[in-house]
Ligand binder design. Structure first.
Ligand code: HEC
Ligand code: HEC
Ligand code: HEC
Ligand code: HEC
Ligand code: HEC
Length: 468
């Protein structure tokens, strides 16, 4: 009893004492509040209220994966499944990143009667997932206090004081208070949500995009996530090719006012945060969703390239396909590496069109055939059984993603039929957000998962020699 009293007295005498370990109020999410610890939904504003003064930022954000992070039906279905299977552990865990404001205001509720597996609801700005207010209320990271001392599981400190934190130290808007935040200009800002650990199994690193970036040549050149994901794809391509941060590129053309009537800034950021997902926004039919999907397809088409050659001997030729990760600042694929699929399709035909080898062509059921080379990680549970549900994944039994500015080579031995010396080799690299079986399990309506062709090459050979 006495001990407890002493702690209470100390905490009252030194307000900072209580902040020494600010995590825990929304466990297992690492989210915490700065200052006023009793947040109310009304303290944050709807994204649409920013639109009038920040049309450029709103246009990017609206329809982005961030804007639909809460309503995303694939996420909702999996989250709901987790609620039942983990008896509530996943509510704050998943909510911490997918609706930080819903989580700190504890306005997220589970409704067992909605959806295939039940569903979560929330209100007002909390429905807007990773909204303007979530990001611009971030005061700090609390990563030093997390279970593993790393960025992840929403290791963010949020404020509800109405001040917008951002990249300018001289902004004096009339609409709201503003203050400078160095964190917002760095990958460490994104890292708090783009590293996901499984607290149910030893904090296994389920997603580690930030960690992949951290050891990449991009991090060495101080090229941040923002330099590729907060600029148009054409500029991101230049960032990766010239190996310079976006604001160091000549004639990037991104200057202008950051708010209606504001001064001219050297670089105003896109807020589309486009990655590879071209499925969910169009499926939901949200405003700007199709434009984001188009930008995602464009980004995917710039990420990789293929080198193809035939080696071996005349009697035992071997097709060698090398896949280069040219322009992703992390592994290819990244984040949900056990769900996203990047795979090779290879077809060898003689001049009459007769097939000599085929690998990786989707079946009539939109499935990948056995033997397909897929760049992804294989997730397993504690018993080593294949498992996709994030709270059950304990490790990766096999890892096969391609690190940044690196490559992987795949060998396809084949035999030329008697009398055939000339043949064509068709090679394609495809991407899709998830397997058809994942869509069939999680989504209520039948959705055929689309694929995006990332790179392709067709060549003709005579024996082992490439024909012009
Ligand atoms: C995922 C987090 C995130 C979301 C969501 C977000 N922003 Fe930002 N925003 C940032 C970051 C990070 C920067 C600073 C980038 C830099 O300078 O490197 C920024 C910069 C800005 C700036 C400064 C000018 C510029 O664009 O560079 C304004 C204004 C702004 N955001 C407004 C908004 C508005 C309005 C919304 C919603 C419509 C929004 N933001 C949504 C992260 C976010
Ligand atoms: C640390 C932050 C974080 C936590 C915690 C988190 N997620 Fe996510 N989630 C993300 C990010 C970031 C992405 C986007 C990755 C990508 O698109 O490649 C994502 C994407 C997803 C997707 C893919 C959606 C789609 O349309 O393809 C699903 C499903 C998902 N999360 C489910 C969950 C579930 C279930 C939980 C809780 C068990 C959870 N997430 C916890 C950050 C988080
Ligand atoms: C009445 C107009 C107005 C409204 C409404 C408005 N802003 Fe601003 N905001 C501005 C102006 C003006 C600036 C300063 C731009 C500059 O200095 O270049 C600014 C700057 C910012 C910055 C940069 C701060 C910094 O110091 O780096 C952020 C972030 C921001 N606003 C977010 C928001 C968000 C989020 C909303 C909606 C909740 C919003 N704003 C609504 C006018 C407005
Ligand atoms: C508060 C948590 C949070 C922060 C901060 C955050 N993200 Fe995200 N991000 C998410 C979640 C959650 C998703 C996935 C939404 C979904 O798929 O339903 C996502 C999705 C994305 C995607 C789209 C992935 C795809 O498959 O197309 C990109 C790209 C992305 N984020 C980049 C960034 C960058 C760059 C930053 C830092 C400037 C950042 N994010 C900051 C939570 C966050
Ligand atoms: C050099 C440019 C570059 C940098 C730096 C970069 N990215 Fe990416 N990112 C890409 C490209 C290209 C893609 C599309 C290919 C892919 O999906 O991996 C992508 C895809 C993504 C996706 C979607 C992955 C998927 O397929 O589901 C997420 C999420 C993401 N990036 C987050 C981040 C975060 C967080 C950082 C910083 C830690 C970052 N990126 C840094 C270029 C970059």
């Amino acid at each position: 009893m006495k001990k407890k009293l002493l702690v209470l007295v100390l905490a009252a005498a030194f307000p900072l004492f209580g902040q020494a370990n600010p995590i825990g109020d929304y466990a297992p999410s690492n989210l915490s509040m700065a200052g006023d610890k009793t947040p109310d939904l009304k303290q944050w504003r709807d994204a649409n209220s920013c639109k009038g003064c920040h049309p450029r930022q709103w246009n990017g954000w609206q329809g982005s994966m961030h804007s639909i992070a809460f309503i995303d039906p694939v996420f909702q279905a999996e989250w709901a499944m987790g609620e039942t299977e983990t008896k509530g552990v996943t509510k704050n865990l998943c909510g911490g990143c997918h609706t930080a404001i819903g989580t700190v205001t504890q306005t997220v509720e589970f409704k067992s009667e909605s959806g295939k597996f039940g569903g979560f609801t929330t209100q007002a700005v909390a429905l807007q997932g990773v909204s303007c207010e979530v990001c611009h209320s971030v005061v700090d990271t609390n990563m030093e206090h997390t279970a593993n001392g790393e960025h992840g599981n929403a290791s963010l400190v949020l404020a509800n004081d109405g001040v917008k934190r951002g990249p300018y130290d001289d902004a004096k808007p009339r609409g709201h208070k503003a203050t400078y935040s160095d964190l917002h200009t760095k990958s460490e800002f994104c890292a708090n949500c783009h590293n996901v650990f499984n607290p149910v199994h030893d904090n296994f690193a389920l997603e580690h995009t930030y960690d992949e970036w951290k050891k990449s040549p991009y991090a060495e050149q101080e090229i941040q996530c923002q330099d590729c994901h907060m600029v148009p794809v054409e500029v991101a391509v230049r960032v990766a090719d010239e190996m310079k941060p976006a604001d160091k590129l000549e004639n990037h053309g991104l200057g202008g006012p950051a708010a209606r009537g504001g001064v001219k800034r050297a670089l105003v950021h896109d807020h589309g945060f486009v990655g590879g997902n071209a499925v969910i926004a169009p499926l939901l039919g949200v405003t700007n969703g199709e434009a984001h999907a188009e930008e995602a397809r464009k980004r995917l088409k710039t990420a990789a390239s293929l080198d193809v050659k035939v080696a071996g001997t005349q009697a035992n030729p071997v097709l060698e396909v090398t896949v280069h990760n040219r322009r992703a600042g992390h592994n290819l694929p990244t984040s949900l590496t056990f769900i996203r699929q990047i795979w090779l399709e290879v077809i060898i035909r003689d001049t009459a069109g007769k097939e000599i080898l085929r690998s990786g062509s989707l079946t009539a059921e939109n499935a990948l055939p056995d033997g397909t080379v897929v760049f992804q990680d294989t997730a397993v549970d504690i018993h080593g059984k294949p498992e996709h549900k994030p709270w059950k994944v304990a490790k990766f039994s096999n890892q096969n993603t391609i690190p940044p500015k690196s490559h992987k080579t795949v060998l396809y031995p084949f035999q030329l039929p008697a009398g055939v010396s000339e043949y064509t080799v068709e090679t394609k690299l495809h991407y899709r957000s998830f397997d058809q079986s994942v869509a069939d399990l999680l989504l209520e309506d039948k959705v055929t998962v689309p694929s995006v062709e990332m790179a392709a090459a067709t060549q003709t050979y005579q024996g082992l020699t490439l024909q012009k």
